[in-house]
Design a protein around this ligand. Structure first.
Ligand code: GDP
Ligand code: K
Ligand code: MG
Length: 300
C-alpha cells in the first residue's frame, strides 16, 4: 500500500528549577499513572530520566535535574554543572518558577543561566493555586523580559490544572525522529540509582538547613519478591558522627520520616509494595574524594 507510517517525534526535555518548585510533581502529572520507564540517559551519566510520556506519536523523555543553583561546596558545584549539562544535552528546556516565590535570588540565578542554553525554552509558572492572577501576569512578564520563552504556561502541577496543555505542546515541539525507548521497558539496574537519588532528595528536603548535601546514598540491595513487592536496602553515608545523629534524629524520628517519604515515592514509581531499609554510616572525607563523585554519576 502507499500508506506511509505516521511520523514520530522524540526528544529530551530538561526540567530546570529550584528545589521544591514542583519538578517531581509535574513529572508525575505529565506521566500520569504510566511511568513506562525510569532510567538513565543512554551512554551518559548526566541526568536522571524521571519518566517518559507518549502523546500523539511523540515520545517525551523528561529529564529531572539536581535542583541546586547557588553552589558553595565542590560537590554542589559538580551537581550544578551536571544539571546544566542535562539542559544543554536536551532538546527543550522547561524553566519552572514558583508562582508564590516569584523571582528570588535562586530563580534569578536559574534564569540567568537558562538564558545561555541554546535550545528553545518554555516557562512554566507552577503553583498558580497559591496566588492572584495579577501577580501571575507580572511574573510571566518579568521572566520573559529576561529571555524569550517559546511558550509560557501557568499551571498547578498538584491539581493537574494546565498539565494537558504542556504535554500537548511538548509533543509538538520535540524534534522528528524514532522513539528512543521501548514503550514498556522497565529495568531495575538504573532503578537502584534512581532509588538512591530519591532518598537523597528526601534527606535534602528534611535537613537542608542542618546538613547541606553532606550525605550520599547507595542502594545495596534490590530484591523482587514472589508477592511482587520489592525489598530495598540503602546506606546513607555522612562525613561525621554528629551528622549521623542529625540524620537519625531523636529516637530515630528523622530517619523514619525520610524513609517514609522515600518509600512513598518509590511505590508511586514502581507501582508495587516497597519495603525500604535505611542504614546510616560515617565515611570521612567522601565529599572531597573525586572517586565518590564518579560513582554518583557526576561529570567533571
Ligand atoms: P521539586 O523539588 O521541584 O521536585 O518539587 P516537588 O514536586 O517535590 O514539590 C515540592 C512541594 O510543592 C510539594 O509539597 C508539592 O506537593 C508542592 N507542589 C507542587 N506543585 C504544586 C502546585 O501546583 N500547587 C501547590 N500548592 N503545591 C505544589
Ligand atoms: K522537592
Ligand atoms: Mg524533585
Amino acid at each position: 500500500s502507499d500508506a506511509t507510517p505516521p511520523a514520530t517525534r522524540c526528544g529530551f526535555v530538561a526540567l530546570i528549577g529550584a528545589p521544591n518548585v514542583g519538578k517531581s510533581t509535574l513529572v508525575n502529572a505529565l506521566v500520569g499513572a504510566k511511568v513506562t520507564i525510569v532510567s538513565r540517559k543512554v551512554q551518559t551519566t548526566r541526568a536522571l530520566i524521571r519518566g517518559i510520556v507518549i502523546e500523539n506519536n511523540a515520545q517525551i523523555i523528561l529529564v529531572d535535574t539536581p535542583g541546586i543553583f547557588l553552589p558553595k561546596r565542590r560537590l554542589d558545584r559538580a551537581m550544578v554543572s551536571t544539571a546544566w549539562s542535562g539542559a544543554h544535552d536536551a532538546d527543550l528546556v522547561c524553566v519552572l518558577l514558583d508562582a508564590k516565590m516569584g523571582i528570588d535570588d535562586e530563580a534569578e540565578a536559574i534564569l540567568t543561566k537558562a538564558a545561555n542554553v541554546n535550545h528553545e525554552k518554555i516557562l512554566v509558572i507552577n503553583k498558580v493555586d497559591l496566588v492572584q492572577r495579577e501577580k501571575l501576569l507580572a511574573l510571566a512578564q518579568a521572566a520573559n523580559e529576561r529571555m524569550p520563552f517559546a511558550k509560557t504556561f501557568m499551571i498547578s502541577a498538584l491539581s493537574g490544572d494546565g498539565v494537558d496543555d504542556i504535554r500537548h505542546t511538548l509533543a509538538e515541539m520535540v524534534p522528528p525522529g524514532p522513539f528512543l525507548y521501548p514503550e514498556d521497558q522497565m529495568s531495575d539496574a538504573p532503578m537502584r540509582q534512581l532509588a538512591a537519588e530519591i532518598t537523597r532528595e528526601k534527606i535534602y528536603q528534611k535537613l537542608h538547613q542542618e546538613l547541606p548535601y553532606q550525605s550520599t546514598v547507595e542502594t545495596d540491595k534490590w530484591e523482587e519478591r514472589k508477592d511482587k513487592s520489592v525489598r530495598i536496602e540503602q546506606t546513607i553515608f555522612v562525613e561525621r558522627e554528629s551528622q549521623r545523629k542529625i540524620v537519625l534524629g531523636k529516637g530515630g524520628a528523622t530517619i523514619k520520616s525520610i524513609g517514609a517519604d522515600s518509600r512513598k515515592e518509590l511505590m508511586q514509581i514502581l507501582d508495587v509494595p516497597v519495603h525500604l531499609f535505611l542504614f546510616v554510616k560515617v565515611r570521612e572525607n567522601w565529599g572531597d574524594d573525586p572517586d565518590r563523585y564518579r560513582e554518583m554519576g557526576l561529570e567533571f
